[in-house]
Design a protein around this ligand. Structure first.
Ligand code: CTP
Ligand code: K
Ligand code: MG
Length: 181
């Protein structure tokens, strides 16, 4: 498989997992998921993980998966190779998995003494990949096998931190996010 093809498929397939994080920033606020509960000296998750942000994130990921599915055939024609349409369960795995990964990361941050907004290099950039890929493999195994070759997964692991750092820096400069990570 050509390098460009691998990169395009990796990026396309991961859009429904990339968008939820940014949508959660825009849609966040209101009641925190942990309801203010603590574990030990720290909040269970913290005020940065809200029901509204999570719902906005998952909804945005599902909408994007739908839009890409409508576009897939035409884009494939133009590119000369196939990009994926999203099976419904694949879309759910990617979008919900991304939000779940982000929530689990906050749980780990609180357990390791990090306050809301503190950075955790590595985890911040890959938390949503670590959960969205296995969840998608579980919910839509055939779809996952068809599109997520080892090469595509490798590109995702390399490309995701770069994209994450870039988009969060932009969101910070625009005043949408409190920290640039
Ligand atoms: N957000 C939300 N719900 C989520 C994820 C994010 O409401 N499930 C919103 C919150 O307003 C959050 C912002 O998006 O402050 C930025 O997200 P993130 O960087 O993940 O949260 P932090 O505030 O940095 O908190 P944490 O330290 O727990 O990651
Ligand atoms: K995060
Ligand atoms: Mg943060």
């Amino acid at each position: 498989m050509a390098v460009l093809e691998t990169v395009v498929i990796a990026f396309w397939a991961m859009i429904p997992a990339y968008v939820p994080n940014n949508a959660a920033v825009l849609g966040g606020g209101g009641r925190p998921i942990d309801g203010g509960r603590t574990m030990g000296d720290s909040r269970l998750l913290g005020d940065g993980k809200t029901w509204r942000g999570t719902a906005a994130g998952i909804a945005a990921g599902l909408v994007l998966a739908g839009v890409l599915t409508v576009l897939a055939e035409n884009v494939s024609d133009v590119l000369g190779f196939a990009v994926p349409e999203f099976a419904p369960l694949a879309a759910v795995g990617l979008a919900a998995g991304a939000m779940l990964g982000d929530i689990l990361a906050s749980f780990l941050k609180r357990r390791t003494g990090r306050r809301r907004g503190a950075m955790f290099p590595g985890l911040d950039q890959l938390d949503f990949v670590v959960v969205s890929l296995p969840l998608t493999a579980l919910l839509a195994p055939d779809w996952f096998r068809e599109w997520f070759s080892p090469a595509v997964i490798l590109v995702i692991v390399v490309l995701t931190p770069v994209l994450h750092v870039t988009t969060n820096m932009i969101a910070y400069k625009l005043g949408l996010k409190n920290e640039p990570w």
